[in-house]
Design a protein around this ligand. Structure first.
Ligand SMILES: Nc1ncnc2c1ncn2[C@@H]1O[C@H](COP(=O)(O)OP(=O)(O)O)[C@@H](O)[C@H]1O
Ligand SMILES: [Mg+2]
Length: 248
């Protein structure tokens, strides 16, 4: 069993406010793991450590076997091309067409020719089910669900080993939520010979139970349960029972 991401005694304090408290858990390579918890539990803080945006107060985070604390800014920027990041709001560049948004990371980080970029961008937009009429429109000219697809295609542009989703379905209607869940799953399974690790930050229990292989439940900066989804579902931990009760 190998791990894509390892948290070893990770503690993060802001002043004297301890947000992550001796966090120890590992994210399995090639699986979908959801980090679940109430608002303020420290989920986004965990994500920012994975991306090397925040630095541990104590302890260590290893991503793909590497400790980003040992890298300089340039190396971290380069290393981040291993990640595809999907935000709650698609966070697209408003003044670029959808196609240009998807092409952007390839222009910035690869030596692909114009033709190669075009071919790959179109392939990615098709992979995520974006209608062709939308390719050369602006993000503001398409629906929220379509923008999610564009954001996903852009996140996939550099063939990331790890996909990170921060609250991907928060604020969406139930139908779009299902669509995004299906997209996450199909993206995860797209390349059987290039296994991808997917990490989802969420407080949506139904979606979590539907699509995750593993669930890590975070409370007060600690994982109270980290288990395969079937085990998590049966957990009789009071905090998790309360969470499920409040969410359904
Ligand atoms: N840069 C920061 N400075 C001070 N406090 C922060 C900072 N980032 C996060 N926090 C605090 O950490 C706690 C957890 O935040 P966060 O990780 O965003 O929670 P979640 O994503 O689970 O809702 C909050 O109390 C928040 O105020
Ligand atoms: Mg958050």
């Amino acid at each position: 069993m190998s791990y894509a991401i390892e948290f070893n005694h990770l503690t993060k304090r802001f002043g004297n406010h301890t947000v992550l408290d001796d966090l120890n858990f590992n994210i399995h390579e090639g699986k979908i793991t959801t980090i679940l918890g109430f608002s303020g539990a420290g989920k986004s803080t965990v994500l920012k450590h994975i991306l090397g945006i925040y630095h541990p107060t104590e302890g260590q985070v290893k991503v793909l076997g590497q400790d980003m604390e040992k890298m300089n800014e340039g190396q971290i920027r380069e290393f981040r091309t291993n990640f595809g990041m999907v935000f709650q709001y698609a966070a697209l560049f408003d003044s670029m067409t959808n196609f240009e948004n998807v092409a952007f990371p390839m222009k910035e980080f690869t030596n692909y020719t114009k033709e190669e970029i075009e071919e790959k961008a179109i392939g990615l937009m098709k992979q995520v089910g974006l209608d062709e009429f939308a390719f050369h429109k602006l993000p503001s000219e398409i629906s929220g669900g379509m923008r999610k697809r564009v954001g996903l295609a852009r996140a996939l542009a550099l063939q990331p080993k790890v996909m990170l989703y921060d609250e991907p379905t928060t604020g969406l209607d139930p139908i779009t939520t299902h669509m995004v869940d299906d997209l996450i799953t199909s993206t995860h399974n797209h390349n059987a010979h290039l296994p991808m690790t997917s990490v989802i930050i969420s407080h949506d229990i139904a979606a979590t139970l539907r699509i995750s292989d593993y669930v890590a439940f975070l409370e007060k900066g600690k994982t109270v349960v980290h288990a395969p989804v079937e085990e998590f579902r049966k957990s009789d931990h009071p905090v998790i029972k309360k969470f499920i009760e409040l969410s359904t």
